[in-house]
Design a protein around this ligand. Structure first.
Ligand SMILES: [Zn+2]
Length: 150
């Protein structure tokens, strides 16, 4: 008797949350002139702020009992536990991760990915997307390539 094989549908589930924070783009290994050349007004010594929008996407099979990939309340709780500590903070001064990591939105998206990975079942996190303005967004999917520069 052969089993009939029904492939399980793969569904993508997303949740958006926001936080507000200040920061400054500055590489301490470079001179003030080089920082100004590379980062422009984003290296202003007293910093500036953003209303960050974060969109998390999970990818997975439906649970047998609930038909959900993950309960949205649970996903929201995990996401808020990662981004609430960033809210109304200075990323560079208040968040230890950014003491030695430049707080570009690229690095903010990687940070959120790593923190979410600690909370979610293995293999379910698909994408972290962070917007710091209406015109820009930064997407991290856990991919790496070549040498890491820090
Ligand atoms: Zn900025």
């Amino acid at each position: 008797m052969a089993h009939s094989f029904t492939p399980a549908p793969i569904v993508y589930v997303s949740r958006k949350e926001t936080f507000s924070a200040s920061h400054r783009l500055f590489n301490p290994q470079l001179s003030q002139e080089e920082n100004e050349f590379l980062f422009g007004k984003c290296t202003n010594p007293n910093g500036h702020g953003h209303n960050y929008r974060v969109k998390i996407t999970l990818r997975g099979k439906q649970d047998h009992k609930t038909s959900m990939v993950m309960h949205l309340g649970k996903l929201t709780k995990h996401l808020k536990s990662v981004i609430d500590p960033l809210d109304h903070k200075n990323l560079d001064l208040d968040i230890p991760h950014f003491k030695n990591v430049i707080s570009t939105t690229e690095n903010v998206s990687i940070y959120i990915w790593k923190e979410m990975q600690k909370l979610l079942p293995t293999g379910v996190l698909y994408e972290v997307k962070v917007s710091s303005t209406d015109k820009n967004s930064f997407t991290y999917r856990g991919e790496s390539q070549g040498d890491h520069q820090g």
